[in-house]
Design a protein around this ligand. Structure first.
Ligand code: UDP
Length: 405
């Protein structure tokens, strides 16, 4: 199958951990690689955000990344990208009509990619599959006046969901949100994200520790990730250290407003000597950090899916997570980790302290977590399910050639 992935702001080649670079980058990179490994011909279209980028890049995973000239060739916050989507769409359309390659299916990631992809796909006569990754309704509910999304986002997301051929939700919570938004149930398929089981596993090197129990948390330093709740919770977890990976590079942490707020909060809570911000870590080094942890905390206020708890589970690390979004599905409460209410530092601290004090339960959770991830959350499995979704919208392709690497 010839598959066009559209990921306007999240390049599969981008450095992760910055404000707009996170799970979607990983998702698009890994999913495309898994589809390519299954013999499909995958092109990822992402916005050109640097003048030095070549138009076409062939990755080691046999995926072609195409940098689309739409808007200035410099980083633009994702909420400011909407005015550039018509140019993105026109460029795709011209390529698919006049170039040497045209897709059989278009899979758009994030709503703006859908707005760019849908008109071009309709002109080319190919079906469109939409994955939202995040929904405007959820963001508005949690962020209120601080939500910087473009004004028509919710209206556009609803219209898109009704116009495309299939919407792929990543978890049951998202199914409920999409139905409330007005996306018909018949449009929906559920395919969870996966984990790279080669990169993330229990065996392998680990970052050194300072000898005390380590609580690790990973993510972009944005308020909704709830790191402030974790810092507060650490007051209830004496002796353990808290390591936070993500955000800007280590050198830029001192000038990052959210990093400064977290450090100041840690000082006020009397835990500053036990809270350490590491900054962004390259994807290839993430497993070393997970393996160094006694447990991983994911404490967002809301989370469309949440890759970091799954990555931790794949590395055999128990997880304490807030019971939101995808984590309600991925973290089996009392089996692979503990679920706690969001925005509740006391519940979080109590759960973390209890689990750190119970080595036998941690071992049980760790073993069950590895099994669960291997059974349910491989990218190979996700790619197989998505290929079914593509066939379900009428992509009639010969059985892919299996490439042995
Ligand atoms: N990540 C990374 N380096 C960092 C911080 C995060 O490679 O310094 C990766 C992390 O391993 C995960 C992704 O970024 O694959 C974050 O995905 P998640 O779904 O947890 O959050 P999102 O950023 O999508 O909100």
């Amino acid at each position: 199958m010839r598959i066009a992935m559209i990921s306007e702001h999240a390049s599969p080649l981008a450095v992760l951990g910055g404000a707009d670079a996170g799970g979607q980058n990983t998702h698009v990179a890994e999913l495309s690689a898994a589809l390519a490994a299954a013999g499909h011909d995958v092109r990822v279209y992402t916005r050109r955000d640097c003048p030095d980028l070549p138009t076409v890049v062939h990755t080691a995973d046999r995926v072609t990344v195409v940098h689309v000239p739409a808007g200035p060739a410099e980083p633009v916050p994702k909420d400011d990208l909407l005015p550039h989507m018509p140019a993105f769409s026109r460029w795709l359309s011209t390529q698919w009509r006049t170039g040497s390659w045209a897709p059989q299916v278009v899979h758009a990631h994030f709503w703006m990619s859908g707005l760019a992809g849908l008109p071009a796909a309709r002109l080319a006569g190919v079906p469109v599959v939409q994955t939202y990754h995040a929904l405007g309704t959820v963001k508005r509910r949690h962020q209120g006046a601080q939500d910087t999304s473009p004004a028509g986002r919710i209206r556009d997301e609803r219209a898109l969901g009704q116009a495309v051929d299939r919407v792929v939700a990543q978890c049951q919570d998202e199914v409920g949100e999409l139905m409330q938004l007005g996306v018909p149930a018949r449009q929906l398929a559920v395919v969870p994200s996966g984990v790279n089981l080669t990169a993330f596993g229990p065996l392998g090197p680990a970052e050194p520790t300072a000898g005390r129990p380590r609580v690790l948390s990973v993510g972009r330093l944005v308020e909704r990730k709830g790191f402030q709740d974790l810092v507060r919770a650490m007051a209830l977890v004496p002796q353990a250290e808290c390591v936070i990976v993500g955000g800007p590079s280590a050198a830029e942490l001192d000038s990052d407003p959210q990093a400064r707020r977290l450090r100041e909060l840690a000082r006020r809570c009397g835990v500053a000597d036990r809270v350490r911000l590491v900054g962004a870590v390259p994807r290839q080094q993430m497993a070393r950090w997970y393996r160094s942890a006694d447990l991983v905390v994911a404490s967002p206020w809301y989370e469309p899916f949440g890759l970091t708890p799954l990555e931790a589970m794949a590395c055999g690390v128990p997880v304490v997570a807030t019971a939101v979004g995808g984590m309600i599905d991925t973290v089996a409460d009392g089996v692979t980790g503990d679920l706690v209410p969001a925005r509740d530092p006391v519940a979080l601290g109590t759960a973390v302290a209890a689990l750190l004090a119970d080595r036998a339960r941690r071992f049980r959770y760790a073993a069950a977590a590895v099994r669960r991830v291997r059974e349910r959350y491989s990218w190979q499995g996700a790619a197989e399910q998505l290929a079914e979704v593509y066939r379900g919208v009428g992509v009639d392709a010969p059985t892919p050639r299996v490439v042995v690497s």
